[in-house]
Design a protein around this ligand. Structure first.
Ligand code: ZN
Length: 335
């Protein structure tokens, strides 16, 4: 009910020109859009907050083009922020993680408009011929039509049957502490057999796999800038581990790029000021969060908020955010 009233309110505000006015008032703020994966099959039904249908993404990009938003690269935005010279209605496009679908589905749409974008690429699953373990386990449970599954045959401590509502989490917790990816793939294969979800087909579809080494060049040629997102998609506050995560990420990816990696995105949106010394020591220029908000000249470079766009956001909600209308509401509420 609240959601319906909100949508009606948005439509009314757009009709009355308040979205237009918000955009004019906040024309010197930077908007950084955030995407993750793009849906090749039914991933958007599995995780609507993680995978967006290409048609929806295409509509958003067309909207930005039609409404003459100024799409600039992340590096350009950083330089212009330092000079306090944002162009009007500036938007930066960012994509997190590095799913194969970024190349397959988003790149042609970005190329159509000649929009630059930044991909924050984690390196652990980069160039591996296997799906992200955590997602694959959940996806298999999402896909299965089977009931009463003898999950105890997986021989995972504390795991008994599918009636156990934590089954998926128990398998993930057990799997991620294993030494090798082969051991995790073995679990996925066995789980696939139990759930009647074909592991090989899932792997071949690459819906949950990241890009491979040769594909990096396709992305670079297509105008995608590749930046840091940690090695294993984690960024604890202890200095040593955080530093290792950046170093390893850089060591694996940077040799294949044409310039140094100097921008960072906090994995899982977890961040705090205690992360900043390690970012400074690695000469990171900017770090983006998963907090919703627009950027002005005084926003600290290590807490650049973004606009998260996904399947749960309707077109009118997207317009409320990109126009700056929602930011105005947030500013009023804070005062
Ligand atoms: Zn991520």
């Amino acid at each position: 009910m609240y959601h319906k009233i909100k949508i009606l309110f948005f439509h009314l505000c757009r009709l009355l020109g308040i979205f237009w006015l918000s955009r004019r008032l906040l024309h010197k703020k930077l908007r950084i859009l955030c995407y993750h994966g793009f849906s090749i099959l039914d991933e958007h039904e599995f995780r609507p907050g993680l995978f967006i249908e290409p048609d929806v993404f295409a509509r958003r990009m067309q909207y930005l083009a039609d409404k003459k938003y100024n799409i600039i690269s992340l590096q350009e935005a950083y330089e212009l922020k330092e000079k306090r010279l944002f162009p009007d209605d500036a938007v930066v496009l960012t994509i997190d993680d590095g799913f194969y679908s970024v190349l397959k589905l988003s790149l042609p749409i970005l190329r159509k408009h000649n929009f630059p974008a930044t991909l924050y690429l984690t390196s652990y699953y980069f160039d591996k011929n296997s799906p992200v373990f955590r997602l694959a386990v959940d996806y298999m449970f999402f896909k299965t039509k089977k009931i009463n599954i003898p999950l105890e045959t997986l021989a995972i401590p504390g795991l008994f049957s599918q009636d156990d509502s934590d089954a998926s989490e128990k398998i993930i917790t057990y799997g991620i502490q294993l030494e090798t990816e082969d051991q995790r793939i073995d679990i996925l294969k066995k789980l696939g057999t139990l759930l009647d979800v074909d592991y090989e087909a899932l792997n071949v579809s690459r819906i949950l796999n990241l890009i491979t080494l040769p594909e990096i060049n396709d992305l670079l040629d297509g105008g995608i800038d590749i930046q840091l997102h940690t090695h294993r998609h984690r960024f604890p506050t202890d200095y040593e581990t955080a530093s290792y995560e950046i170093e390893k990420n850089k060591k694996i990816i940077n040799p294949h790029l044409r310039q140094p990696m100097t921008h960072f995105c906090y994995p899982n949106g977890v961040w705090g000021n205690d992360h900043w010394p390690v970012l400074e020591d690695h000469k990171i220029l900017t770090a983006t969060t998963c907090v919703t908000g627009l950027i002005d000249y005084d926003t600290p470079n290590y807490s650049l908020d973004r606009i998260l766009d996904d399947m749960r956001i309707s077109q009118i909600e997207f317009e409320a955010e990109i126009s700056g209308f929602n930011e105005l509401i947030r500013l009023i509420r804070r005062k």
